[in-house]
Ligand binder design. Structure first.
Ligand code: PEP
Ligand code: MG
Length: 582
């Protein structure tokens, strides 16, 4: 019998996937039990076997690191390998099993708590990082003790053509799973604007998120049909259903093939209006996808991923090297580097203020707020971006601006950084454009004042929707309220565009809305002429741009703006599409 589970679909150019389930537990279950003294040596042997598996796994991950990967990733794994033989962790755990007659998982947990307490008491930032290493390594050993597969424990070859079914994946886990031949994600938590969803889109892997109880309802190895367009997951599909979806896979392939023909075509509307299409970049390795999408530049490079899956923070030289590597890959097209947006769901081990332990991290010390609080974190990045600008077209973009004073403070810091670089004889482009993201309603309402002070604006709809509609991006229980066409969101976009036009400031949009072809005509009608998106969506958006009559959709949107409260999203789409390619 076919069973269907529902969630929220996320897809780029691949709407459907068929593959066998690979279940993942993010947090391994730790069983705590006393054992018979006669079993003690067997339990110690079980611990040793788990240690051996963890070592084997880490060595195999280390062996798969491509040469192009920055050195720190390998160093991060080496530090963990060393810890697997550290007597403070390993011998002490063996002693606990023997002294207290308890099972290995429990003993390991007790020893972990003891070590973490010691590190916490020291309160030093570097030692806090070591504390997180202990956590990573212990979790890895616990995974092998529990026998439950996880993102870390399954080898690369086992994931080919698999559908990952997990309770939750952090952005950091998603990075670990990239390029391993996975065909789809089915995740219990998260929404369409969560960073896990954004990464799935950037990898062009279909995903369905917010599928409650998926890890309990779906069985390991069962064949699943993942329909990311409708947000459904089918289990136990019969041959006729499978045949239907196989046909869809073939036609999606053919469509991708046809779209490739648009790569070299200009991004100009039917009535001759040029529209700039840019790509979003999550990881330096993805520059090839940017180039082959035909994007005319990168409108958003999310640099916070540079901080994940590692111990320690990148320094100025590492930032610079990474940016120069990306610029070489981009071959002269402009790169918009967004300064750090840590906090909320993008946490970094050992960094004060980014702990996520506060009651509402989305409203807390996130992005530019964290950077202004921690100049030691921010200034090396500012210096590296400025220094990169000496080598090619670079723009600097500030996330989460909520007040004009914040813009002025950062502009002051940038001016000071320029003076220092000049004194040190380090070259930079004195005219490097600096822009602000509009992702908080307050910023949209003050867009005129912000626009006057910067060179460009970029609307971050993922956060703008989150803050306008009061829906947490990572909370799947409010996914149903997610609506980019909500009148309040459209009005804020309109306000941003018209206020920025007064000072002739360029406006781009780099949230997920910009890459969804269903919204392209409406955005053009609102006056947007520059959009940045996942490379996998770019040609679909270009296809809409090329078939759209911008003059007519603009007139139609002008008429509809006063009536937004009386239209459903579907009615609005119909009213605009009616004239878009008439
Ligand atoms: C946004 O908020 O729309 C955005 C582009 O930034 P991020 O998704 O990284 O928060
Ligand atoms: Mg944002």
């Amino acid at each position: 019998m076919t069973a269907a589970l529902l969630g929220v679909g996320v897809c780029g150019s691949r709407p459907v996937a068929i593959g066998r389930a690979q279940l993942f537990a993010r947090e391994p279950t730790v069983v705590t039990e006393e054992i018979d003294p006669a079993q003690i040596e067997a339990e110690v042997a079980r611990l040793d076997a788990a240690l051996e598996c963890a070592r084997h796994h880490l060595e195999s991950v280390r062996g798969q690191i491509p040469n192009s990967t920055p050195l720190h990733i390998a160093e991060f794994i080496d530090a963990h390998l060393l810890m697997l033989t550290d007597s403070a962790l390993v011998d002490a755990t063996r002693d606990l099993i023997r002294e207290r007659s308890i099972n290995a998982g429990w003993a390991l947990q007790i020893q972990r708590d003891t070590l973490v307490e010691v590190f916490d008491a020291m309160g030093d930032a570097y030692l806090r990082t070591r504390r997180d290493d202990v956590d990573h390594v212990v979790r890895q050993i616990q995974v092998f003790l529990s026998g439950e597969p996880s993102a870390q424990s399954v080898s690369a070859s086992d994931l080919k053509d698999r559908v990952i079914v997990a309770d939750d994946l952090t952005p950091a886990d998603t990075i670990l799973l990239r390029h391993r031949g996975i065909c789809a994600f089915v995740i219990e938590h998260g929404g369409p604007m969560s960073h896990t969803a954004i990464l799935a889109r950037s990898l062009d892997i279909p995903a369905v998120l917010g599928v409650h109880n998926a890890t309990h309802l779906l069985r390991q190895d069962e064949l699943l049909v993942v329909n990311a367009e409708s947000g459904t997951v089918l289990a136990g599909a019969d041959e006729s259903i499978l045949a239907h979806y196989r046909k869809r896979l073939v036609s999606a392939d053919q469509r991708r093939h046809r779209l490739r023909e648009l790569v070299r075509e200009p991004s100009t509307s039917r009535d001759g209006v040029p529209v700039v299409l840019l790509a979003n970049l999550e990881l330096p390795e993805d520059v090839d996808a940017v180039r082959s999408s035909g994007a005319s530049g990168v409108g958003l490079y999310r640099t916070e991923f540079l901080y994940m899956n590692r111990s320690g923070l990148p320094d100025e030289e590492e930032h610079l090297e990474t940016y120069l590597g990306v610029m070489r890959g981009l071959d002269g097209i402009p790169l918009t580097i967004r300064t750090l947006d840590l906090g909320m769901d993008k946490q970094v081990d050992g960094l004060a203020g980014s702990s996520g332990s506060l009651t509402n991290p989305a409203l807390g010390l996130r992005a530019i707020r964290l950077c202004l609080r921690e100049p030691g974190l921010f200034v090396p990045q500012l210096r590296a971006i400025l220094r990169a600008s000496a080598h090619g077209p670079v723009r600097l973009m500030l996330p989460m601006i909520s007040a004009i004073a914040e813009v002025e403070t950062v502009l002051g810091m940038i001016a000071e950084t320029r003076r220092t670089l000049r004194r040190q004889g380090l070259p930079f482009d004195p005219l490097m454009p600096v822009g602000a993201m509009i992702e908080v309603p307050a910023a949209a309402l003050c867009a005129g004042g912000i626009a006057k002070r910067v060179d460009f604006l970029s609307i971050g709809t993922n956060d703008l929707i989150q803050y306008t509609l009061a829906i947490d991006r990572v909370d799947d229980s409010v996914n149903y309220l997610y609506d980019p066409l909500h009148p309040a969101v459209l009005r804020l976009i309109r306000i941003t565009l018209s206020r920025a036009a007064e000072s002739r400031t360029r406006v781009s949009m780099c949230g997920e809305m910009a890459g969804d072809p269903r919204y392209t005509a409406i955005l053009l009608g609102l006056g947007l002429r520059e959009m940045s998106m996942q490379p996998a969506s770019l040609l679909e958006v270009k296809e809409v741009v090329r078939s759209c009559d911008v003059g007519r959709v603009s007139n139609r949107m002008d008429q509809l703006m006063d009536r937004l409260d009386d239209l459903t999203s579907a009615q609005l789409l119909d009213a605009v599409n009616e004239v878009a390619n008439d």
